[in-house]
Write a protein that binds this ligand. Structure first.
Ligand SMILES: [Zn+2]
Length: 88
């Protein structure tokens, strides 16, 4: 079973148990998008399915680093983290 690391707290877990995000191009640059099923392709960025880990990853710019955008900015919508709160 594939295991991935949460960008918020660092725990390693089967990727099915984590929320998956990826980077998609947008009008104003790259943005983070939820992509649990991997339909959007690209490099997966994972956090636990709780807003605390999303917010921590966002505050530490872990999504930006994980996206490997080489200096380009990445828009991270806080609503993505709020959605995790609503799911639990
Ligand atoms: Zn976590």
């Amino acid at each position: 079973m594939p295991v991935r690391r949460c960008l918020g707290c660092g725990v390693r877990a089967p990727k099915e148990l984590l929320a998956r995000f990826t980077v998609v191009p947008g009008q104003d640059g790259a943005r983070l998008a939820r992509d649990d099923r991997g339909r959007l392709g690209g490099r997966g960025l994972y956090v636990c399915r709780v807003p605390e880990c999303f917010d921590r990853a966002s505050a530490r710019r872990a999504f930006q680093r994980g996206a490997r955008l080489r200096g380009a900015s990445l828009a991270v919508d806080p609503a993505l983290g709020q959605a995790l709160d609503e799911e639990r």
